[in-house]
Design a binder for this molecule. Sequence first.
Ligand code: KG4
Ligand code: ZN
Length: 343
Amino acid sequence: MPAILGIESTCDETAASVVVDGFDVRSNVVATQVELHAKYRGVVPEIASRAHVENILPVLREALAQADAGLADVDAVAVAHRPGLIGSLLIGVTAAKTLAWAAGKPLVGVDHVHAHLYSVMLEKNEPPPMPAVGLVVSGGHTALYRVGSWLDVELIGSTIDDAVGEAYDKVAAILGLGYPGGPVIDRLAARGDANAVRFPRTLLARDSVDFSFSGLKTAVLYHVRGVPGRGDNVKSVAAELSERQLHDVAASFQAACVDVIVKKLRRAVERVGAKSVIVGGGVSANSGLREALTRLPVPAFVPPMRYCTDNAAMSAGLAEVYVREGRFSALDLDAVTHSQFLV
Ligand code: KG4
Ligand code: ZN
C-alpha cells in the first residue's frame, strides 16, 4: 500500500498531505493565505510566494506528523507543478525535488486541474463511470474535459474571459463584500430571490461548451452602480443596497452562473456520450451548483467540501495512478504556468 506525500503551492494555499492507495487520506494540512490577500481583494503573486517560503516546511512537518509517518515511510513525493503562479509553483516544486533527492524517493509531477478532477476519489474510492465529463470550476479555471480514464483527459471547452470563481470574487468586490467572494455570496444567495434580477446568461454559439462570465460581472456592476451613458447617476461605489436587495442580487447572480454551468454540462454530456459528471475546484463547494447537479441526466461526482478548494491530497491521490503506471518525473521537473491540457 503505497503512501504518497503530496505538495501544493500553485496559488495562495500552501498544502501537504499523505495519501495511501490513492484515496485513504492520512493527513491534509492547508495553510491558507486568505487574510494576507483580503485587503487587496485578490491574490498578490509576490506576497503569495513569500508566504509559501515561510509556510512550506511547517506544513510538510505537520502533514507527516499527522500521518504518523517519516519521510522514510513514503513511497513517492508528488507535487502540482502546473498550472499556477510561477513564483508560487517554484516553492512547492523546489521543496518536492529537494525531498525526493534527499530521501531517495521517486518524484511525480501532476497537473493541478487534473488533480481537482481526481479529488472526487478521495476518501470514497468510488470511481465514476467513464467516459465522464470533467468540470473544473475555480478562481483560476473554468473548463470542461472528456475523461476517458484518469490518464486520458482532454480539454473540450474553457472560459474565454473570467473564471467563474473570479466572477464571484469580483462581484463580491463590487458589492463591498469580503474576499474570497464565493462563500459569502453563496451564503447571502440562500436568503434571496433568484428571480429578482434577470442577469444575462452568456451561452455563446449554439453548441459551444466554452464559457464567458465577464458580461455577467459587468451586468452586476451596472445594476448596482448605474449604466454609464444612459443618464444614470453612476456611482463610484456600490449604492447602499438594503439587506433584501443584497440577498436578491447575490441569488440572481448565483442563479445565472449555475444556469450557464448546467447548460454547458448538458451539452458536454451529450457530445461526449458521458456516463457521469466529475466536478472539482473551489466553486464545486457552491450549494446552488451542488443542488443543480442532482438534476443532470447522469450521476454527478463532487468531492467532499474540504477537497473542493486547493489541497495537496488530490495531488497525492492522483500521483498513485502515475506510480502504478511507472510514470515518474525527472529531478529537473519544471514549474509551468499553463495546464498540460490545452486544445
Ligand atoms: O480551487 P480554488 O481553491 O483555487 C483555484 O485554483 O483557483 O478556488 C478558489 C475559488 C475562489 O474564487 C472562491 O471564491 C471560490 O473558489 N469559491 C466559491 C465557493 N467557495 C469557494 N465559489 C462559489 N461558491 C462557494 N461556496
Ligand atoms: Zn485550484
